[in-house]
Design a protein around this ligand. Structure first.
Ligand SMILES: [Zn+2]
Length: 381
């Protein structure tokens, strides 16, 4: 495949506005490319117009390496504030602009193209190379959850996700918990508050005590990720200034580390809510809306060694291995009952993710395809 075709592929998929939906457009596009290169592939439907794409190259017995990228993007926000419209894939010099340029259609395309070129070149390797393009990563890691549950990674030895890292390797990231505490009271006219039960009050108690119950968790630290952090982010209650509120809720987010397992944090939140519930006339309950575990892996795994070696040989650069706070599809893939090598390594600038005027450097995108090919050949021996 020539360089112009590779750039064209990226432009084509950036032009598909897969904002938390419609990933079929990218899945169909990649499927026809895989077909052209005679790489077996199929779609796995998640919902209407939303399919994951799975492709596989197999060459005898050997390790199973999974390449993965998500096909959805977040909303561009107010498009009029962008330098170039976010779904036109405009090129200016070495920069290709667009929503998803960095997060992460460049990585999603580069991984697929690396696989196609290996096939085209008749490259020798031993084992299985599997491509998983996922839906709904940005709104709950939906596709990776589905593919994990359906057994697509039951035999996985290594996982390479092409989220943007620039010249670093991510081997660990934080987990994330979203929760809602709901309070039900009884309304009354505010001239007679004794006749009502104010739904806001127990949530004020929750707000104050949440800090205390998080203290033991905050006391722990991870050498790459730092400490657990938590925030109360939404508080809503009542609907009229002269009525005692009968309904209120509070929402919070916790970013966990491997030393503070999600289950333990959730248990503490539930215990606190139970205590508050028994000491108030309101009905107070908690729901866990989002529960993504932290991901930890061996920073010196064979996969990471392969990547560092390839980059060192080609560019004389020592890649750093780091941790990040954001969650990825790896949180769902980690639920597989099996240890595996893991790294995130991909084109793009992490700080541009979810920002306006997002772009990817074309040189870096093209170079990453070459690096991926070498890493794959190095790992699948
Ligand atoms: Zn992403």
């Amino acid at each position: 495949m020539n360089q112009n075709e590779k750039i064209q592929i990226l432009q084509d998929i950036i032009k598909m506005p897969t904002i938390n939906d419609q990933e079929d457009q990218v899945a169909n596009y990649l499927k026809s490319l895989f077909d052209r290169y005679k790489i077996p592939s199929h779609k796995v439907e998640y919902a209407k117009n939303r399919s994951n794409i799975v492709a596989e190259l197999k060459a005898g017995n050997g390790p199973v390496l999974v390449l993965s990228g998500h096909m959805d993007v977040v909303s561009p926000g107010d498009e009029s504030t962008w330098k170039y419209p976010p779904f036109t894939a405009f090129i200016e010099g070495n920069r290709l602009y667009g929503r998803g340029a960095s997060d992460m259609k460049a990585g999603t395309a580069a991984l697929a193209i690396a696989m196609m070129e290996l096939k085209e070149e008749g490259a020798e390797f031993k084992g299985t190379l599997r491509y998983l393009g996922t839906v709904g990563e940005e709104i709950g890691e939906l596709g990776s959850q589905q593919l994990t549950e359906k057994g697509y990674i039951d035999d996985m030895d290594g996982l390479l996700i092409g989220e943007p890292t620039g010249y670093s390797i991510v081997y660990t990231h934080k987990g994330s918990i979203n929760y809602t505490v709901t309070s039900k009271g009884k309304s009354s006219h505010s001239s007679n508050p004794d006749l009502g039960i104010n739904a806001i009050e127990p949530l004020i108690t929750f707000y104050q005590k949440e800090n205390e119950i998080m203290k033991p968790f905050e006391g722990k630290s991870n050498h790459a990720l730092g400490r657990l952090v938590h925030s109360i982010t939404v508080l809503q209650g009542g609907n009229q200034v002269n009525s005692v509120p009968e309904q209120a809720f509070i929402q919070g987010n916790v970013r966990t580390i491997p030393e503070t397992p999600n289950d333990a944090v959730i248990q503490s939140l539930m215990t606190l809510v139970e205590e508050i519930n028994t000491s108030t006339d309101c009905e107070v309950s908690i729901t866990i809306d989002y529960n993504k575990i932290p991901v930890d892996s061996n920073r010196d795994s064979r996969l990471i060694q392969a990547a560092r070696q390839v980059v060192k040989d080609k560019h004389h650069i020592d890649l750093k291995t780091i941790g990040i706070s954001a969650t990825t599809d790896a949180a769902e893939f980690s639920k597989v009952n099996r240890p595996f090598d893991f790294m995130i390594f991909g084109p793009g600038i992490p700080a541009l993710a979810h920002q306006k005027d997002e772009y990817v450097e074309i040189d870096q995108y093209l170079e990453m395809i070459e690096l991926y090919k070498e890493i794959i050949k190095n790992y699948l021996i």
